[in-house]
Unconditional design. Structure first.
Length: 353
């Protein structure tokens, strides 16, 4: 069996993806690996150009831009490695980070509950990105988003994750995490087989969080190791997937879907209730905060309110179960449903399972 399968999804980032691939093939690892490149119906150039430049890759050409989850699932379905690495196309300086992460998994192979590992992500300027998360996005984090609740919780030492100093401190420690960024996720093949791959109901944002929660809930640990790193340029994939002004909307659509997946119909009702309470409370208190916090508050309110106006489509076409819909919860599709009488007119394909 091949030791490692590296899965990369590309959408209109040809030059950036080539840099990532050059970095991989310049590495001198002492284990066998394969690279599976999934092109999500890019329009900037013929994806066959990848095959010409890198003949060793396995190229999968999707007929549509099916998003991060479905794109990676296409690669997962054909991967042959003992370990599978979900890797963003906007990453470089990969050699040591990948080698150390594989070595970590090999060294701890006797630990049956070890599901996967993530390493430190660095920005191009060398600063550490926040990529290891010790909390879950959902009802609790929404409750703590209330300014009064947050203030009280901080006084009693709860919700440390809202303290930036604490969060940055944890990026320097090896520890088990609730979630890690999908820019770099090294997982055991058998863990994916037991827990299922990414939920194709997600289009972009928070799909890796839902996956990590599901892996944790199945009894597996996800570890973060800070002593090795890769460089994550950031924004390389998202900037071309969604126009800048729609990024916030897609982000909050995915948060809504995440809560629905985790907490079901009751959770969705409670999220609506918490939003109303937070809106009233925070709208008053935020007037006395800094300009940056006011702007952040406005983005949060705008995004959340937008997602809640679209939850009728979530309730109609999706369920809390895995892979419940024929199409992902994608901004363009959801807005298109406002004017389309039936899902069949969308031209979407059967879900990936």
């Amino acid at each position: 069996m091949i030791k490692l399968s590296i899965i990369i999804v590309n959408y209109n980032t040809f030059n950036m993806t080539c840099e990532c691939l050059r970095d991989i093939y310049a590495s001198t690892w002492d284990f066998d690996f394969e690279v599976i490149l999934v092109d999500n119906a890019s329009v900037e150039c013929n994806p066959e150009k990848f095959k010409v430049a890198f003949p060793l890759i396995s190229l999968i050409k999707s007929s549509e831009n099916c998003g991060f989850a479905r794109g990676n699932n296409l690669g997962i379905a054909v991967a042959k490695g003992e370990y599978l690495l979900i890797l963003n196309s906007d990453t470089v300086n990969l050699s040591k980070g990948i080698a150390s992460s594989v070595a970590y998994m090999d060294t701890h192979k006797q630990e049956a509950d070890l599901g996967g590992v993530g390493c430190r992500l660095l920005s191009p300027d060398g600063s550490t990105q926040i990529s290891a998360f010790n909390y879950r996005v959902g009802l609790t984090s929404t409750f703590l988003a209330n300014s009064i609740v947050s203030f009280i919780a901080a006084k009693f030492g709860f919700a440390k994750y809202r303290d930036l100093d604490y969060v940055l401190e944890m990026q320097d420690k090896e520890h088990a995490v609730q979630a890690m960024l999908g820019a770099f996720m090294l997982l055991r093949r058998d863990v994916i087989e037991k827990t299922k791959p990414l939920d194709p109901d997600f289009f972009m944002y928070y799909e890796e969080f839902e996956w990590c929660y599901r892996i944790n809930d199945s009894g597996f640990r996800l570890m973060y190791i800070p002593y090795t790193s890769i460089t994550h340029i950031g924004g390389g994939t998202s900037s071309s997937l969604v126009k800048a002004e729609n990024t916030n909307k897609q982000n909050y659509l995915s948060i809504l879907l995440l809560i629905f997946k985790q907490r079901g119909y009751l959770g969705l009702f409670l999220f609506n209730l918490l939003f109303i309470i937070n809106f009233i409370t925070n709208s008053i208190i935020v007037k006395f905060r800094s300009k940056s916090l006011q702007n952040s508050h406005k983005r949060m309110l705008s995004g959340t309110f937008y997602s809640l106006t679209k939850q009728k489509f979530l309730l109609k076409y999706f369920k809390p179960s895995f892979a419940s819909s024929l199409f992902p919860f994608k901004l363009a599709i959801i807005e298109g449903l406002e004017h389309m009488p039936a899902v069949s007119s969308l031209g979407v394909h059967t879900e990936i399972k």
